[in-house]
Design a protein around this ligand. Sequence first.
Ligand code: SF4
Length: 404
Amino acid sequence: MTGGDPAPPGALHQPGLYLHVPFCRNLCPYCPYNRVPFDEQAFASYERAVTREIDLCAPSLEGQRFVSLYIGGGTPTVEPEGLLRILRHFQRRFEIAGDICVELHPANMDDRCLELLRDANVTLVSVGVESANDRLLRAIGRSHDGAAALDAVRRAVAAGFQTVNADLMFALPGQTLGDWEADLDAVLGAGVDQLSTYPLFSFPYTELGQSQGARAVRRPPGRLVRAMLAATDRRAASAGLERCAVWSWLRPNRQKFSSITRHHYVGFGPSAASMTGNSFLVNTFDPDAYSRTLPALRPVALSMPVDRRLELAYWLYWRVYELHFDQAGLADLFGPSTGLPLGLRCLIRLAGALGLLERTAGGYRVTTSGAYWIHRIQNEYSLRYITRLWGAGRRTPWPEAVTL
Ligand code: SF4
């Protein structure tokens, strides 16, 4: 990816909008996301800049219908009234026909905040519980205890959102299978519609990565990870949830809370990415550089052309993550006569022979064993790709180039 002017957006297919809010009241040492300490003045300058970025992009996206708005961070509700003003501006400038999704932090979501979100038509929320175990929460540097996290989930469920997701982290230092099962029971017992699980990564550029070295945080043995995923499958099924992605389980007939599975999307805010049909773009990570650039220029720090082959591979990657793909989905997006390139077809055949995929009427489904191996491969993929891209973005506001 290189710096420089991005190409104008190509033809967008059912695109989503994304907003990144880069502020948190407590910076967790393991966190790989782009976030800085909350400060009222910095938030005011960010809010002004996001409004300008929206105004700058809106004319070129006129007439486009967006299927969702996803708000992530950082902690989106770190300043709820400010978030609401930005959200209203999105609703004024874009046609948002689908869900509005917001990530919540247990320590920044009082009842007034939940009421504001409901009034603004937010439909799907995700609470970053991470664990209900006080020892583990202390070990990873979270600012809340287990009781506060579970209370936050119960209040979100009672507030009446369409879907309430809870994030739980596994493979934490010293976490046993029993600890994990207790966390699953606590969160499922609080009435969530969706459960998303992810392992502790140690990215070299995070405080955790720098203080201990990436290798010092040992990944638990493969058999323990397998046992944790199997326990998740069993307990989620007993609570009426079905697996809907490599790391997620969802109650039937509920809308899935998901940040990354829209094919095309346009991102706003520091470090927000966009996939626009012919380009993949990433905004500058630095909130000050972001604010200074607007309204004169778009704050895009890195861009990469996306050709058809790469776009097909990108589509397949996320469909595999969602555990199924078929010819109808491919045709809907790329045209009726589109097939996958030879290299991807060979990969699918090999995965089928290894028992990782099985055929369905019009396509393929990822097996339980396939889901485990995708989880392992994604660990590697995430560590390498995110370390390079996000590491460079955090080092300098305007990197000259990044090799992925
Ligand atoms: S994990 Fe969440 S709350 Fe913690 S620093 Fe990262 S974005 Fe902020």
